[in-house]
Design a protein around this ligand. Structure first.
Ligand code: PMP
Length: 361
């Protein structure tokens, strides 16, 4: 019997492991494994979602005009150079589909987001991993890895799972020094957590070789609705729209995202709470002998003495109903990534880690 075989590269894809949502036998579970906003979306977004749910027999807007106009007005961007996707994951996939393929290379950093590699392999391209310097993006290493076959460089800033960030000057230096056949993708999934940061939008406007991706899954608390977007030069957005399905975003998702954007008081509150609790959590863990790099996002990367200790701590946290993320798949086997939750969750996780480290009751 003939067996139908997938395209080369597909079986090299490691299945994406998303954060667990429950622990058997424990009811009071706190999920701190997927960098979700613990406060959820704004009430205005919930209301817009519910209202849009009445017109379900109609196809959604195919050009996402209302959301693109709202995004353009909110961020001071050009509406025509925005594209919306089912999460920024879909924009990442469009980029690989459109620009990478067999015989091409896609660069991602050593501790970079898993979907870059997955989407590159799904497109038939070869992912190329570039080392970081002490968990921080190394621009020179990226430049050194570029070849004639390179098409895309993915760079999350802030980066997941390290939480670290490089400055605008470094990003601009990278964009300027890249060979002309390479597109730089600045992934700003966590950009909203950084006060005054434009996610690279200014650089996109200044250049023809930079694209920015963003999401409503993090600060806007809409991970369950899958809304992301990209901003790039006109020629790139035109290419991406050719691989995009016409109805890739559902009506309630579009409506909720637009409303979420308007509720700036809510996002401000979530951002401030995140900054306050992130600092508190990092300090509490440091006091228990667990250091972390300064995070600019909504999670911290807790560093343990060894992979064994990190795994044992994870098991201890799970036994208390606390779900965090092992990041061995990101070359960080001695670390655990912990989403900054609400205050009771942060206190619970800090207390449990203290217990594990032997200096709390
Ligand atoms: N980029 C980064 C760096 C992420 O951490 C994530 C989510 N974990 C995404 C992109 C994708 O987010 P979404 O598809 O929900 O927009």
């Amino acid at each position: 019997m003939t067996q139908i075989t997938p395209q080369p590269g597909i079986m090299d894809i490691a299945l994406y492991e998303s954060g667990a949502a429950h622990v058997d036998g424990i009811s009071n579970v706190v999920k701190l494994s997927s960098n979700e906003n613990p406060f959820g979306p704004s009430d205005q977004a919930r209301e817009a979602y519910a209202k849009a749910g009445y017109d379900l027999h109609r196809y959604p807007s195919s050009d996402h005009g209302a959301l693109r106009r709202a995004l353009a007005a909110h961020h001071g961007l050009d509406t025509d150079r925005i594209i919306c996707g089912a999460g920024s994951d879909e924009i990442i996939a469009f980029l690989c589909q459109a620009y990478a393929g067999p015989g091409t290379e896609v660069i991602h950093t050593e501790h970079g987001f898993a979907m870059y590699k997955i989407s590159a392999l799904a497109a038939g391209a070869t992912p190329v991993e570039v080392p970081e310097r002490e968990r921080v993006t190394d621009v020179d290493a990226i430049l050194a890895a570029c070849t004639d076959a390179t098409r895309l460089v993915f760079l999350a800033n802030p980066n997941n799972p390290t939480g670290t960030m490089i400055g605008d000057g470094e990003v601009a230096r990278l964009a300027e020094a890249l060979p002309p056949h390479v597109l730089l993708v600045l992934d700003g999934a966590y950009a909203e957590y950084v006060e005054g940061y434009d996610g690279g939008a200014g650089l996109v406007d200044a250049r023809q070789n930079v694209v920015m991706t963003r999401t409503f899954s993090k600060l806007y608390g809409l991970g369950g609705l899958r809304v992301g977007w990209g901003y790039g030069p006109k020629h790139v957005i035109d290419v991406l729209n050719r691989v995009r399905g016409p109805f890739n975003l559902a009506t309630p998702a579009l409506a909720a995202a637009e409303a979420a954007l308007r509720d700036t008081a809510w996002t401000e509150k979530c951002r401030n709470e995140n900054s306050r609790l992130r600092a508190w959590l990092a300090e509490a863990l440091a006091e228990h002998g667990v250091p972390s790099d300064t995070s600019t996002a909504n999670f911290i990367l807790a560093r343990f003495a060894s992979p064994d200790q990190a795994r044992a701590c994870d098991a201890h946290l799970q036994s208390q109903g606390l779900i965090v993320r092992q990041v061995a798949g990101y070359n960080l086997p001695h670390c655990l990534r912990i989403t900054v939750g609400d205050e009771p969750s942060c206190r619970r996780v800090a207390h449990a880690i203290g217990q594990f480290m032997g200096d709390a009751e």
